[in-house]
Design a protein. Sequence first.
Lengths: 131, 368
Amino acid sequence: MSHGETVPSELRYTKDHEWVRLEGDCAVMGITEFAQSELGDLVFVDLPSIGKTVTRGDTVCVVESTKAASDVYSPIGGKVTEVNVALKDSPELVNKEPFGTGWLVKLAGVSAEEVGGLLSAEGYTKLLSGK
Amino acid sequence: MKSEELRRTPLFDAHQKLGGKLVPFAGWELPVQYSGVIAEHNAVRTQAGLFDVSHMGEVFVTGPEAEVALDWLTCNSVKKLTDGKAQYSALLNERGGVIDDVIIYRFSAERYLVCVNASNAEKDFEWMLSRNKHQAKIENHSSAWGQIALQGPRAVEIADALPFSRKIGDTPYFGFAEVEFLGSPVIAARTGYTGEDGFEFFVPSETTVALWEKILAAGQAHGLMPAGLGARDSLRLEACYPLHGHELGEDINALESGLGWIVKFEKGDFIGRTALWEVKERGVARALVGFVVADAGIARQGDRVFLGDGQVGIVTSGTKTPTLNQALGLALVETKAAPVGTELLIEVRGKKLKASVVKKPFYKRTEK
């Protein structure tokens, strides 16, 4: 396994390879560079409905390669206020820019404390290097 | 299966060098992809791809009783085979279920090669021995042979640039040539599992790496890419080739799984004939159909298929394929749900997606 994956310092991470960026009382989430490279070329992203409420650990969306469908777990609780509609036609954005245009879901009503409890970039990098 | 029990093909180091992502498959450690499934899939459709299929098994059936023994053990008509030709066939159980689908290569009336699937190689071999009432000589040479598949519209050009003892480009479809490569015998068969033209090379284990590297070098100018199991699966599904463990199994009889065209009742008795004849008389209960999904979503193996409110079957393979960019698949359904145009519902993660039965295959190459 290569350890050269980008791990942006301003984000928070889970051991399941999701990332979160806090924006006020909202948060944007996606999957990491490592996760996308493990999954391979994505051909479909099953996004949640707007308004869906999730708690930490719930399946918030499903990313699918030609081979398999994989659940993406919500790193934190909140209410889905926006989904990345560009992924409907271009699921490959998750492969190309997992931390950017390949974001998945925006959650509202999130707890800054819960976000703060996630792994820092340093902690996540350590997790990756343990692989 | 634990990783230490996984077997490695002669090309294991070559895959690592090429950046192949190795995964467990059918008891072997094989590359699921190198650069990416979609790029590899598209390379096979438009240029050429190279696959390590050394995990496939090679069983030799020889002796004066070889033909009659194989005609009993398999459902297609071995008597119709001629020297240098190959035949798609299957090993059936007494209930007409499919133990494995195979390709039989005839060198002479007294020497045949049966190419079997990796996960079934031992089981197939034991089965053939246990049902060898004609006492042909049956030997499993799987560990002595590697196998490489060169597939795609440019495969033949590449094959003819290889330093074989003679050119093989004129080998007919489902024919094979016996040639020499660096002093080793190679069987070059015009067969494949991708829906494209190409060759499958049987090559002694110790020469497999040399042939692989020679093909990669010769293919460089033709857009050849090494391709993994991921592309192999999406390619075969577009072409509607069945896969053991998906469309084929011991509890799905050969007529249901769409193998009726290789079940030759008229050739005389063979294992499974009595059961299949009864199925034929009574009417086949299920059929393997192709479907496309109309709603957003991908149906996959194991998803339940409905006609109205009633379940009529199950998905055997499904994905969204690169060439057609459409969610599609194969399903085993009751015959009432089998006609082309039938509107189905497929349950994916609790949601019923609209799908319809379409004509197979999804992809057919245009002849040059």
